[in-house]
Design a binder for this molecule. Structure first.
Ligand SMILES: Cc1cc2nc3c(=O)[nH]c(=O)nc-3n(C[C@H](O)[C@H](O)[C@H](O)COP(=O)(O)OP(=O)(O)OC[C@H]3O[C@@H](n4cnc5c(N)ncnc54)[C@H](O)[C@@H]3O)c2cc1C
Length: 291
């Protein structure tokens, strides 16, 4: 099918873009990589009256590390994160995760921020954003505001971003050089969305867990940070027993629904297995053997 008729605008600045989004009754949508929106429009699940194509706004191409965080502008493509956007554990995590996002042609055009804004519950970047405590900066005619990733996601395809604003960047906090990162995903085919995915970030000193951040994709209606699992780990010895206890806690906090390919019980079990593997991978990444 072809999309319903729409007006096409290609602003050169953020100010022009928010003015176009803010017009009363415009029913406008931002176009970033187009890898989800164009399909939605062709199926006529989305019928925007106006497309605001942000691809000519050079300021949104920013990708910059300042020691405290990595700024990822709204036009940074998945492939840029795959190729090593920054050093250290954060760079390793972004490279590993991006290889699981769709397949290369889609990664060449699709954007991290577009994925966050689309808020597909299975999207890998949502889980990364809540695990790291990322912040999103939104622009409107009134200025900008910052929203924590934890508060940004409201449910499947629903976010805190209103119709007259758009996300200009996400800030991912830097990780200490001694942190370990792990990412594991279960999917039916190489380019399928995740059935469930797990992100783990660990700090380990003298055999004890000093810091733990764990999140799941597609185990709830939105990216899920599993604080119960983190609480099990912090202060505990980094052993396979404590990792198993944390994984069980994560599965208990997960709230997956049944889908045609997998029951809720199966996906909850998958969440437990994947968290266990992500923790083992994070421990190995930081050089701590898991006894
Ligand atoms: C075959 C296929 C497989 C895929 N597999 C995966 C996968 O495994 N994992 C995964 O995470 N994704 C997957 N995707 C989706 C892909 O990652 C998209 O790139 C991503 O979801 C959307 O990014 P985009 O830049 O293409 O956004 P667009 O398609 O341009 O926009 C998507 C939505 O977000 C809104 N939007 C975009 N940017 C902004 C912004 N800056 N501010 C506010 N709203 C904005 C748009 O208005 C639209 O509603 C897949 C897509 C396809 C076609």
């Amino acid at each position: 099918m072809k999309p319903a008729p729409f007006e096409y605008k290609r602003p050169q600045t953020v100010e022009e873009a928010v003015a176009l989004l803010g017009d009363d009754g415009a029913r406008a949508r931002v176009l970033a990589g187009g890898q989800s929106l164009v399909a939605e429009m062709n199926y006529r699940r989305a019928r925007p009256a106006r497309i605001v194509d942000i691809n000519a706004i050079a300021a949104l191409e920013v990708i910059e590390a300042d020691g405290e965080s990595l700024r990822v502008g709204a036009l940074v493509r998945h492939v840029q994160l795959e190729r090593g956007a920054t050093d250290g554990p954060l760079g390793r995590l972004l490279t590993r995760v991006s290889r699981h996002v769709a397949h290369p042609p889609i990664r060449n055009r699709g954007t991290m921020v577009g994925s966050l804004a689309y808020a597909h519950p299975a999207a890998e970047w949502g889980a990364v954003a809540v695990a790291l405590g990322a912040e999103l900066r939104l622009a409107s005619v009134g200025g900008t505001r910052v929203v924590a990733a934890e508060d940004f996601f409201r449910g499947p395809f629903v976010t805190d971003c209103g119709p007259a604003e758009f996300v200009i960047e996400v800030r991912l906090p830097a990780l200490g050089a001694d942190m370990g990162v792990g990412f594991v995903e279960l999917r039916r085919t190489h380019s399928s969305f995740a059935m469930v995915a797990a992100v783990a970030v660990l700090g380990i000193a003298d055999g004890r867990v000093t810091d733990a951040r764990i999140a799941l994709a597609n185990a709830s209606s939105r990216p899920l940070r599993v604080e119960t699992a983190e609480a099990v780990l912090v202060g505990a010895c980094a052993t396979s027993a404590s990792f198993a206890a944390a994984a069980a806690a994560a599965a208990a906090q997960a709230d997956p629904v049944s889908e045609p390919h997998a029951s809720a019980d199966y996906r909850r079990h998958a969440a437990e297995v994947l968290v266990l593997r992500a923790l083992a991978a994070a421990a190995a990444d930081v050089g701590a053997a898991c006894a």
